[in-house]
Design a protein around this ligand. Structure first.
Ligand code: SAM
Length: 259
């Protein structure tokens, strides 16, 4: 795949691991907005930007998204030339940065990429990717811990951020705000009193404590009860899927946008 433009961005640490991004993959597969984007695309091209030292998460993304649409084409882009590998299982890999190697994808996943940039770099990086999106295209900009137990991501379209989601293994957190250490760059400095993301996480912690009694049925049931309570309190929390393995809390971007 020829890429004549200079990749935009900076090579960073290549930490990755098998199944690290499974929670975000699961969410993508079930998100109505993402599914519609993938199913209605003329060219169902998906880019995994900054896949790291090994292309494992790109291959996992491809396998999971092919359940939604079998003819999805996945390309992994890396800014570090030595990390670009030959194609595997129909997934291609190429040199590229935020300019997306001149491709026009319907979905871009960039996980643990912007986390290593200064916060001032975020708007420009987002804009570069947004310009390259196919009609109806979406971007997932996320961050997680090494094992992928605590994750957060922002979903964006060509116009701006759409939603914010946090996902965790509810068996391994003491309270929802444990995930705050993995907030995306755009929010992490705003997790302070007076900011909406702080208000949401504090309310989630209070709700989690209030529904502690549900813990006897396991942390997944308790998580669900916490979401119900938050909704009763007026937080625009997305209703959980019927059988949800992960602790997921998703809100429209407006509910966390820094003030
Ligand atoms: C920490 S690794 C993340 C790997 C994988 N996405 C994950 O979450 O497990 C970040 C990777 O992003 C690459 N990277 C940084 N900036 C980039 C950019 N602008 N375009 C493409 N790759 C980039 C780095 O070279 C590095 O390999």
């Amino acid at each position: 795949m020829p890429n004549t433009t200079k990749p935009v961005g900076l090579p960073t640490r290549g930490t990755t691991g098998h199944n690290r991004l499974r929670r975000s993959d699961r969410w993508l597969v079930h998100s109505p907005r993402v599914r519609t984007g993938l199913l209605s695309a003329t060219d169902p091209l998906v880019i995994d930007l900054g896949y790291g030292a090994l292309p494992v998460t790109t291959l996992e993304l491809a396998a999971r998204l092919r359940v939604v649409r079998a003819d999805i084409r996945v390309v992994g882009l890396e800014i570090h030339p030595e990390r670009v590998v030959p194609s595997v299982d129909g997934v291609e890999f190429a040199l590229g940065g935020f300019e997306l190697a001149g491709l026009r994808p319907v979905l871009v996943r960039a996980f643990n990429v912007l986390r290593q940039y200064p916060v001032e770099a975020v708007p420009e990086a987002w804009a570069a990717m947004q310009q390259r999106l196919a009609p109806g295209g979406l971007i997932v900009d996320g961050t997680c811990d090494e094992l992928g137990r605590r994750c957060c991501w922002v979903l964006l379209d060509a116009a701006g951020p759409v939603s914010f989601t946090l996902a965790c293994d509810p068996f391994t957190v003491e309270r929802p705000s444990d995930v705050a250490e993995r907030l995306p760059k755009v929010l992490i400095h705003h997790n302070v009193p007076g900011q909406p993301v702080h208000a949401l996480l504090s309310a989630a912690d209070r709700a989690w404590a209030s529904v502690a009694g549900h813990g006897v049925f396991g942390p997944r049931v308790r998580w669900r009860a916490m979401l119900d309570l938050l909704r009763d309190q007026g937080f625009p929390v997305e209703p959980p899927r019927r059988r949800m393995r992960d602790g997921v809390l998703s809100v429209p971007w407006a509910a966390v946008a820094p003030v």
